[in-house]
Every structure is written in C-alpha cells, then in structure tokens.
Design a protein around this ligand. Sequence first.
Ligand code: F6R
Length: 615
Amino acid sequence: MCGIIGYIGNKEAMPILLQGLRRLEYRGYDSAGIAILNDQETRDKIQIQRIRAVGKIDALADKLKNKDKEMKGTIGIAHTRWATHGGVTEENAHPHFACDGKLIIAHNGIIENYRQLKEHLGAKHSFKSETDTEVLAHLIESHYDGDLRRAVEKALMHTRGTYGLVVMHADHPDKIVAARLGSPLVVGIGDGEYYVASDAAPLLAYTKKVAFLNDGEIAEISRSGFETFNLRDESVTKCVEEIEWNEEKAQKQGYDDFMLKEIFDQPVVYEDAIRGRIDLEEGTAHLGGLDMSDAEMRSVNRIILIACGTALHAAMAGKYAFERLSGIPTEVDVASEFRYRDPIIDNKTLVFAISQSGETFDTLAALREAKRKGAFTRGIVNVIGSTIARETDGGTYIHAGPELAVASTKAYTNMVAILLLYAVQFGRLRHMTVATGQRLVRALMEIPEKMQVILKKSEEIKKLAGKYSGYHDFLFLARGINFPVASEGSLKLKEISYIHSEAYPAGEMKHGVNALLSPEFPVLAIMTKNQLYEKMRSNIEEVRARKSKVILLASEGDAEAQSLADDIIYVPQTMELLEPLLNTIPLQLFAYHMAVILGKDVDRPRNLAKSVTVE
Ligand code: F6R
C-alpha cells in the first residue's frame, strides 16, 4: 500500500501535493517524492522537476524548503511509499522518470512480470532503481508516440499485477493520466481544478465531489474536465458522487475503525502475498528471497519458527504445514523463551523469525541467538527494511501493507500464506508429488473468493456478538490445524474487548478445564470438516452435557452441526492445512464487534503497543 496524489488546476501544485501526502502518510511512510511540471511562461523550456526523500513526509518537506521557484507549477504528482520491490532508498522512491526525463510516473501496486518486461525493454533503456514501477515508466515510454493516454493503455496491456498510477509528460502540460487495477484511485472535482488520489482523505480539504475509478479504467484529467476509458479505448461514463466522510473516515475508507478496514483488506492483501510466487504448472511456490540453493534446502533437517503474539499463532499453523508437506521436524518457539533456553541449533537448522513490525525485541534477540549458533536465519516480515528484515540472511515480505490497528489481523493471514508457500516449496524438493502440489496451490488461489463469503457475514456475526456481550469468560476450543485459529481468536477477544478468554486443544479438556464449564462460560468451538471432525464432535457433546453455550464454526453444508450448537457460523471449506486462512476471519469479526458493542477503543486497546521494542 502506498499513497498517490496528483493535482492539475490554477493554483501552485506543490503545497497541495505536500499537504495531500501528509493525509496519505498512513498508507506508507518509508520515503516520498513530488514532481512538478514547470509550466510557467517565464521558462523557455517546459520540464519536470522532482524531489524525493527517504523517511517520513517531514523529510521531504525539509528538502522542499526554499525550492518554491524550482518547484513552481500548477500540475504535479506525488507519492508516499511503502516499499515492495527494492529497498528503502531515494533511488527507489517515486515518482520515477523514464529515459528521456519527460515522462514520470507514481504507482501503487505490484507489477508481477516486471523482470520479463525489463528484459524485453533491453539495453535501450537505462534503469536507475530496483523498482517494478520504473520498468512501467520505460514501458509506457516505449509505446509513446505523442498520445500519452494511448501509450499508458498499450503498456498496461502487457503488465500482470496491480496498479493505481498517475503519469505526467513534459509535452502535455495540461494533462495527468491515471489508471487503476486493484489499487484504488479517486478523482476529486474542483472548480477548474482536478485532483487524483489513492483515497479521498487528501481531497476533502478542497472538494467533496469525487468519481471513483473502477478496475481496468483510465482517466485523462485536464483543467477543463476528465474523461474515462477502459483498456480497449472505449469511453466510460462516470457518475460523480458527493462524499460525506471526514478525513479520518476517508483514511479508513468508510469503515469505522482501522481494524475493521484491515479485516476487510484481507482478500486483497492475501493476493499481494501470493502474487508471482505460485507456480501452478510445477505445483510449487518460488520465494526468491529465501536465497538458498535447492541443495541447501534439502540439507535442512529441522525448522524453528520464532515469533510473539499473533505471529506466534501464524507460526503454529505453519508447523502443521511444514511437517505434513515437507516432512521436516518443525518447532514453534515463543521468542522470549527461545533465547533463554539453550536451543539446540546447528548448520542444518533453518530458523524463521516471523514478525509484522520486524522490530519486536524478543523476536530480534532470538534471531540473533540463532545466528550466533550457526543456523540459516530467514525473516517473514511485513515492514520493509525493518531490523529483522535487515539482520536475517534472507526472507520474504508478506506484503500486507501498513497495519495500523494495534490488533494484528491481515498480517496474520499473510504470514500463514507465506508459511504455506514455503511448506509447499520445501515439500516439492522432497517427496511431494506435482499433483499434490498443484492441488495445494490451486486451493491457495481460491482463498480470496472464500474470504469474501465470510466477510459478508459481518452483520450476522455482529448480532451474535451482541447476544453474547454480557458474558465475562469465553473458551475457544479446537483441534489440530484449528488450535492455532482458536488461540488467535481468543487473543483477539482478550486484547480489544478485555474479556477473559482461553484457547484449549479440545483433547485436553478432560485434564482440568472441564471443571470451568457452566452456563456462564460459553464455548466457541471450531468443528469444520477435516480429519478430526468426529473427535471434535465428541468434545462438543461433552461441553453441551455441562450446559455451556456452544457457538460453532462449521463447514458450509454441515446441517448436522446445527443440533450441537446454540449458534452457528458457517464457513466455506478448503483443504485442511489452509483452514486458518479462512477460519480466523469470523473470530476476528466476533472480537471486533464485541469490542465495539462494549464501547472499547478498538484500534488502540489499553496497555498495548503496536510494536514491542522492549523486552
Ligand atoms: C496481537 C498483536 C501482537 C503482535 C506481537 C508481535 O494482535 O498484534 O500480539 O502480534 O506483538 O508483533 P510483531 O508481529 O510485530 O513481531
């Protein structure tokens, strides 16, 4: 996720763009840049000036001080970056020029086939950054013959992936071209002036009139209006809407809280996590950042997953996948315990440090300990360039985009996705057949659609949360691959609604926890159709016999489950190892709605921080 803003009108563009970037900073904040087309009559040659800076928008603002003359102009584009391809450097910051210094682009999204495109463009183009976006700039340039919009359209026909982009060209001082596929863009309509941005937040200070671009649409924006086309160059009529959101609501894209927005982001960011990493033909995954030869991967005889909190629950799900798919013994370690327990590690051990922030102190310390003892160390991290990402010998970014709510949701899903891809990749280098690999990757590709089915149940789950909001204790019960899901559901409920809850593997109940069962202690049980279905069924019968209320998570079509439940949430079926990708979402929604009903500050729960950088 990055933030884009463009302006064309009759005012100085620079202050508008800078202000816009501040409103968009929540979407990405590792570097930023502004480009202004200097269209003043006093200049004999129209040209584009660009200034970029690593760090927050303040760093860019510092560089722009006293640059009013240089950056003079009434048309410009700007970008705040959340890195995906290429490190956090000024060279990689947007906007990016093509070769001739006339065409410039800012982009949000991932161009999957940028390597092939770069190869195809060949030595005629010289690249200054490591980004997929710069390749797109050169690709558009290669199609340019005087018509900027057509050049963008033609170039986009050759890309695979997602984009929200804005393009300017020095030969067109009266035009910004914007295009969208998968990454939102909205056009703001003023009086003789137009804006284009990743969301409405930066536009609200100037206008409430907007037109949202749909996927596959291109807009040509000038001072006198804007026209919209599809990629076949056919004109598309847009309706102009009046939005009533305030800035905060616009940043949350209309959702009441960042947590809810991030829960609903999951189908899209999940696709970002798997995009370009799946090989359907070979039934495998390719996670380039692993940076291990096939021989090294085959030499691994033990995997250790270290993490804290929600990342730990993702790791627990990953253990099942690694052991079942690759046959490699896999341990999960609470990072804060790992470093103090003399872990047995050698140069055949692969240690993954899993962390959304990449800064969690205990995870970092555990990683350093593993490195000291000679393990291969790899990161599974969200924040690009974070300490864990830098200190591991390689690894994979989960591409969940900035996660702003303290309670982690979309990062968890993407961590599980990456662990599954690794497990498939390791499995295929060992005994897994191509057919099994293909079944798995196909099932992974079907997940976003199934996530959408669950998200549509948000209102139903809200009613359920209302019904149970008077209880003070909850038990989350599951077996096998769903035990990590139950643990995550329980953590979510605790941390944002402050209700006491526990997660237990259902087989352990008889060894103590049954004593707690009573009508005052509702049980949320996961009984989806997998190999432990019958076992789970018996456990739920036991719970019912002790008069606890049962909320059941069951597979769509399981009519029998009704008889075991006081309330039931149906979820689509998937392959057993993939269940955490789906089954966690209703539990996130349950916790969210519960916290809202109880009047809690969902995004900023008491006593908790987003990034725990102390021991
Ligand atoms: C729970 C939550 C925390 C984090 C934990 C690790 O919703 O957000 O439990 O998962 O603090 O943080 P990262 O993943 O940044 O290492």
